[in-house]
Design a protein around this ligand. Structure first.
Ligand SMILES: Nc1ncnc2c1ncn2[C@@H]1O[C@H](COP(=O)(O)OP(=O)(O)OP(=O)(O)O)[C@@H](O)[C@H]1O
Length: 320
């Protein structure tokens, strides 16, 4: 397989987007989007409704054409070498369609007949990967939505793709179904060494499943972040909430301090004050508050969640 070395040197990029743009009439739905997904990695394509996620995925798998830019899959251009590029892809764009009166096994066999070199052993392997090995003799009409989605993933995996592309795979699932789907995806990425691109507008879910998120808004890239990176950034500056005896006095004491990293001092309710500062400056301000006559009952660190970050990124983009 031809592959492209990724520019960040973190592994092999199996899926690469370069300046991908989609225009329909005078409207630009996707605007110069570039990012990549490497082997064994789950990347989230994250954005609010209408951000352009589905349009992007449809271009990647060749369901619609690109106005500009290109996508390389396994080193092959979707524009100029589509047949070879698409061989590397397993994708579920809309809800997967099955024959409801046939069993899960018969549906997969039927599909396997249409693709080259899929053995019965491979069918058993993929159904185990998605936890359907005990439901294969049931008719698909008796499957829950979650089981149907997993059967769709099993089907997409049959021909050993190097990239799996899923558009909102947890849509409509209950919390247990979402959790199962998440766990299966992680295990598939690891066991099959496959690159997974998954779109969603559910931030909490991306946080638990992906190693990186590509955030888009109004068709444009807002940021590419590693999930770890979001936390790492927080570690330089901590946000604290202090429960104090007198917020007014606390604010006056804090404002009078010469602590360079101290910022964002705000009263938050009758007995709380919030601020951010460098971690190592915390004992200094606690001592100063106590010396200034402020009683401190509790100190809590406020962790910025991916959701806070996401809202900040997309808001910033809207203003810009
Ligand atoms: N064929 C089309 N012609 C014109 N506009 C379109 C067409 N298809 C999609 N759009 C618009 O392009 C924008 C991006 O749509 P897209 O479906 O890609 O977003 P999305 O991020 O997948 O959103 P959602 O989470 O709601 O599915 C939307 O404003 C949509 O209304």
């Amino acid at each position: 397989m031809n592959t492209v070395k990724n520019t960040q040197g973190q592994g092999t990029a199996v899926l690469q987007l370069n300046g991908v743009t989609k225009r329909i009439g005078s409207k630009t739905l996707v605007n110069g989007l570039s990012f990549e997904v490497t082997k064994g990695e789950i990347v989230g394509l994250l954005g609010p409704n209408g951000a352009g996620k589905t349009t992007t995925i449809r271009m990647i798998v060749g369901l619609i054409s690109m106005s500009e830019g290109d996508v390389h899959i396994g080193g092959h251009s979707v524009r100029t070498d589509f047949e070879r590029a698409i061989k590397h892809v397993g994708g579920i764009i809309e809800n997967p369609e099955f024959y409801p009166y046939m069993t899960g096994m018969d549906n997969l066999k039927q599909y396997a007949r249409m693709s080259e070199g899929v053995t019965e052993a491979r069918i058993h392997e993929v159904t185990k990967l998605v936890g359907l090995q005990n439901a294969l003799d049931k008719r698909v009409k008796a499957y829950s939505l979650g089981m149907r989605q997993r059967l769709g993933i099993a089907q997409a995996l049959l021909h050993r793709p190097s990239v799996l592309i899923l558009d909102e795979p947890t849509n409509g699932l209950d919390p247990a179904g979402i959790r199962e789907m998440r766990d299966y995806m992680k295990s598939i990425a690891q066991k099959e060494g496959i690159a997974i691109l998954v779109s969603s507008h559910l931030l909490s879910e991306m946080e638990l499943m992906c190693s990186r998120v590509v955030v888009i808004q109004e068709g444009k890239l807002v940021t590419v972040r590693s999930i770890g990176g979001v936390q790492e950034q927080d570690s330089t500056l901590v946000s604290l909430a202090l429960q104090v005896s007198d917020t007014e006095l606390a604010r006056r004491v804090l404002k009078g301090l010469q602590v360079e990293s101290l910022q964002g001092i705000e009263e938050a309710g009758a007995d709380r004050i919030t601020l951010s500062l460098r971690h190592e400056d915390t004992p200094g301000i606690v001592a100063a508050l106590t010396a200034g006559g402020v009683g401190i009952y509790r100190i809590e660190e406020q962790k910025a969640t991916l959701e806070d970050e996401f809202l900040k990124w997309t808001e910033g983009n809207r203003i810009a």
